[in-house]
Design a protein around this ligand. Sequence first.
Ligand SMILES: [Zn+2]
Length: 166
Amino acid sequence: MTEKKQDPEENEDVHLYQRLADRSAEILQEGRKTIDEALKKAGDEIASGGDFTREQAEKIGNYIRRDLSEVGRKLKQSRDTVITAAEPHRLAAGVQSGLAKLLNTAADVLSDIADRSEKVLEFHTGEVTSPGTLTCKACEKEMRLKSTVRIPPCPSCHKTTFRKSY
Ligand SMILES: [Zn+2]
């Protein structure tokens, strides 16, 4: 896909996604917190810094949670009974983002977050997501995302609903 110039608001959300993912990973490394708790704490910290509002942090936190759920679900489907740290690490090599660090850290809680999202999640134009492949639900056109981006409309049919794989 061709690299398009992003407007400032798009860059801001993508930047916040990466900051939030990085900080959440650090918080998870510090102690026994769940992903939800770490995302909330990271969001509170970043919001209190004044660069972003609490609402922005919460919205972006939900995008990160969704990306993690998809990865967790994928791991479960691989039929391994125990999710070891090695597997998210291998998977993270293809993810290449702030999310990668979060995945390494969060190995033991990924299966838990996956349990809470058994249905296949939808991704929509305008939302921010980590690298991976989005498939248009209308025409099956695939978009390969190489970095964390705001999701564009389908380049083929211009519809706005996708499913994601890694
Ligand atoms: Zn399409």
